[in-house]
Structures are given as structure tokens and as C-alpha cells.
Design a protein around this ligand. Structure first.
Ligand code: CAA
Length: 246
């Protein structure tokens, strides 16, 4: 019998990450969620359990290469080799560039971009060895179009497109696909943290006339990790209600 595939989803205590854990569990994958905070990890695991989802949760800071190395080793030892990596961990530290400090810049770059290097670097050799892998990088509409107040976030999210396309070229012959998903404004905690008045202005710029649902992103992930998508690599799926067509 074929071994169930193991999927690691980074940053899985946030809106999109938690939804991904739930959806992939329903699809029959062995799901490993991640958080840098043990308490949050446990709370998410328990909340999902109440909804009938049994997932593993591991602690690890994606911005710290050694922490990621320890986390991946423990997953491989206790659960199995990682077949699917969803680089989802991300934060915002919004401020006009003239008010942005070095800490806001570094923190966003270290988690949103270097975190993707750290996690991917730790799983790629094993994927190459086994001749199979699915890597999905969660970017953002704001990495495509730019956003007032987000020079740090937009730069990091734009960087993911270059990363995706270059790595896709390098690993295509090993049965590994690498793709990006660029969600628009989805009704997550991160977006709800934008002041209400600004949020209303944002929704007014979305032709579909509403924020996206996290499930709408999860469905795209299900497709991109399926065997049906094996001819799709180095690409980007925009899920933004028509806010930016690119
Ligand atoms: N376009 C043009 N001007 C803008 C603007 C915009 N979108 N937003 C703010 N401004 C202007 C204001 O009109 C004001 O101008 P004046 O000084 O001439 O009056 C000025 O910027 C105010 O800026 P301040 O630096 O004084 O600071 P602030 O406290 O108003 O905050 C901000 C600025 C942090 C950028 C705030 O506007 C903000 O939070 N914007 C939302 C940014 C955003 O959309 N973030 C997305 C978060 S969700 C996410 O990232 C998920 C995803 O992937 C989609």
C-alpha cells in the first residue's frame, strides 16, 4: 500500500495556515503544522481536534536556520520524510517607508523570505533523493502590485516569485514542482487588523466586492499538491477577486 504523504505547513496558527491543515487532513494527508510558539501550536491542534482533524504540530522558528534543521529532523524521525512543503509563515509590520525602521524591515524579510529558504533548503535534498516533492510558496497580491505602507512585505513577497521560478527550473527533472499562490485580501486576522475604514476602501477596489474566503485558497493548494498538477511548475495562481490581473 502506498505510504500516506506528509505535508508540512509553516505558520499554521494563522487563518490560511489553519484552514490548510484542516483541508489537507480531510484529503487524507498526514499534516504537520508549525508555529514558533508552543502555546499557539497546542491551541490550534486542540481546536482542530474538536473539529475532527488530527494533525501533528511542531515548534520551530522559520527565520532561524538551526531551529528549522532541528524541526525537520524531528519530523523525519517521528513522522516520516516530507513530501509536501507549504511555505505559509508570514507577518506584516506595515509603515510608510519614511517611518519604517530596520527592525520592521529585517523581521519581515527574515520570516517571509529567508524563512522560505531555510525550510526549503532543509527538505529539498530528501525530495530529490526520493524523486518527488511539492513546494508551494504563499505570496500575496501585494508582492505583485505593491502596497502603500508595505515596502518590506511587498519586497519579500515579490522575492518569492523569483525564488519559485528559479528553484522550479533546478528541480523539475527530479519530480518536484514549485509554485506560488498569491492570495488577495482574505478575511484573516492579518487583514482584519487593517483599520476598518481602510479595509472598506480596499474592498471597494475588489471587483468581486468582498474579501476572499480562506477555503478559496485551500482549494488551490489541494490542486497544486495533487498528481493532476504535475505539469504545472514555476507558476503563480492569483486568487484576489480581480483586484490585480497579472
Ligand atoms: N494611498 C495613498 N496614501 C495613503 C494610503 C494609500 N493607500 N494610505 C495612507 N495614506 C496616506 C494618508 O492619506 C496620510 O497622508 P497625509 O500625511 O498626506 O495626510 C498618510 O499616508 C498617513 O500615513 P502615516 O505614516 O501618518 O501613518 P498611518 O498611521 O496613517 O499609517 C499605514 C499608514 C500603516 C500605511 C496605514 O495606512 C495602513 O495600515 N495601511 C494598510 C496597509 C495594508 O493594506 N496592509 C495590508 C495588510 S493585510 C496583508 O498584507 C495580507 C495580504 O497579503 C493582502
Amino acid at each position: 500500500m502506498e505510504r500516506k504523504k506528509v505535508a508540512l505547513i509553516t505558520g499554521s496558527t494563522g487563518g490560511i495556515g489553519t484552514a490548510l491543515c484542516k483541508r489537507l487532513n480531510q484529503e487524507g494527508y498526514i499534516v504537520v503544522g508549525n508555529s514558533r510558539c508552543n502555546d499557539k501550536a497546542l491551541a490550534t491542534k486542540n481546536a482542530l481536534k474538536l473539529q475532527g482533524c488530527n494533525i501533528h504540530m511542531v515548534q520551530g522558528d522559520v527565520s532561524d536556520f538551526e531551529s528549522v534543521a532541528r524541526m525537520i529532523k524531528s519530523i523525519e524521525r517521528d513522522i516520516g520524510p516530507i513530501d509536501i512543503l507549504i511555505n505559509n509563515a508570514g507577518i506584516t509590520r506595515d509603515a510608510r517607508f519614511t517611518k519604517m525602521n530596520k527592525e520592521d524591515w529585517d523581521e519581515v524579510m527574515n520570516i517571509n523570505l529567508t524563512g522560505v529558504f531555510n525550510c526549503t533548503r532543509q527538505v529539498i535534498d530528501s525530495m530529490i533523493e526520493r524523486g518527488y516533492g511539492r513546494i508551494i510558496n504563499i505570496s500575496s497580491v501585494n508582492g505583485q502590485k505593491g502596497q502603500f505602507g508595505q515596502t518590506n512585505y511587498s519586497a519579500a513577497k515579490a522575492g518569492l516569485h523569483g525564488f519559485t521560478k528559479s528553484l522550479a527550473l533546478e528541480v523539475a527533472k527530479h519530480g518536484i514542482t514549485v509554485n506560488t499562490i498569491s492570495p488577495g485580501y482574505i478575511g484573516t486576522e492579518m487583514v482584519m487588523a487593517v483599520p476598518e475604514k481602510l479595509r472598506e476602501q480596499i474592498v471597494a477596489q475588489i471587483p468581486v466586492g468582498r474579501l476572499g474566503h480562506i477555503e478559496e485558497v485551500a482549494e488551490a493548494v489541494v490542486y497544486l499538491i495533487s498528481d493532476q498538477s504535475s505539469f504545472m511548475t514555476g507558476s503563480n495562481l492569483s486568487i484576489n477577486g480581480g483586484q490585480h490581473m497579472y
